[in-house]
Design a protein around this ligand. Structure first.
Ligand code: IMP
Length: 201
């Protein structure tokens, strides 16, 4: 394998992915940098299915050998809300609604809920696909809870309301390198890297 193309249009995710994979001796391109422009309908019912749909759709466009397409599907599962927003995390209250509003709405829905019932996790599935139909998937999670107010300016999305017991702060308050080490995305990407290295892809 000589190159990885990452199937995402999300600049925040792309930034995290680049730092997580910074020490990997591999060219990493975004879809845009690879000149691929594709609307993909994410109609799977799990994170894994959606990641596979995205990676396979982009891999089907490849002509070059030695290129692997990575795609991630991720989101926040809140136990008290029956695992909402889950696979709909990006679409929750509408794709273009600012996260300040999405986070506020979640805090309102959790009003009066005690700490022990506020458990939540970020989940990330990474799929890797090549042009010959080869595919594999990994999953990473990070356990935490929904806090009572947004805090922190790092990260993106739901980070300001997702708190970690061990650190006593939200993932938006963690230094980016530490978030990347602990995060669902960091874990799923490291597992994928190990898997591909073992397979000598
Ligand atoms: P996807 O692009 O369909 O995978 O959407 C993932 C969505 O989940 C993002 O837009 C965020 O709303 C949320 N999400 C995933 N990972 C994170 C994270 O690390 N921090 C905060 N929100 C996240």
């Amino acid at each position: 394998m000589k190159k990885v193309i990452f199937a995402t249009g999300n600049q925040d995710k792309m930034g995290e992915i680049r730092s997580i994979l910074a020490d990997w001796d591999m060219e990493i391109q975004s879809m845009k940098e690879a000149g691929i422009d594709l609307e993909i309908v994410e109609d799977g019912s799990t994170f894994e299915e959606n990641a596979v749909i995205k990676a396979a759709a982009v891999a089907a466009q490849l002509s070059e050998e030695g290129v692997v397409v990575f795609a991630d599907d991720s989101g926040l599962e809140i136990d008290y809300l029956n695992k909402e927003p889950g696979i709909y995390s990006a679409r929750y209250l509408g794709e273009d609604t600012p996260y300040k509003i999405k986070n506020q709405k979640i805090l309102e829905r959790m009003e009066g809920v005690p700490k022990e019932m506020r458990t939540a996790r970020f989940v990330c599935a990474i799929a890797a696909a090549d042009k010959n139909g080869g595919i594999c998937v990994t999953r990473g999670t990070i356990e935490g809870y929904v806090g009572w107010e947004p805090s922190g300016a790092n990260g993106f999305g739901y980070d300001p309301i997702f708190y970690l017991d061990e650190y006593g702060c939200s993932t938006a308050e963690l230094p980016p390198d530490l978030k990347n080490q602990l995060s669902h995305r960091g874990k799923a990407l490291s597992a994928m890297r190990r898997k591909l290295e073992e397979l000598s892809v």
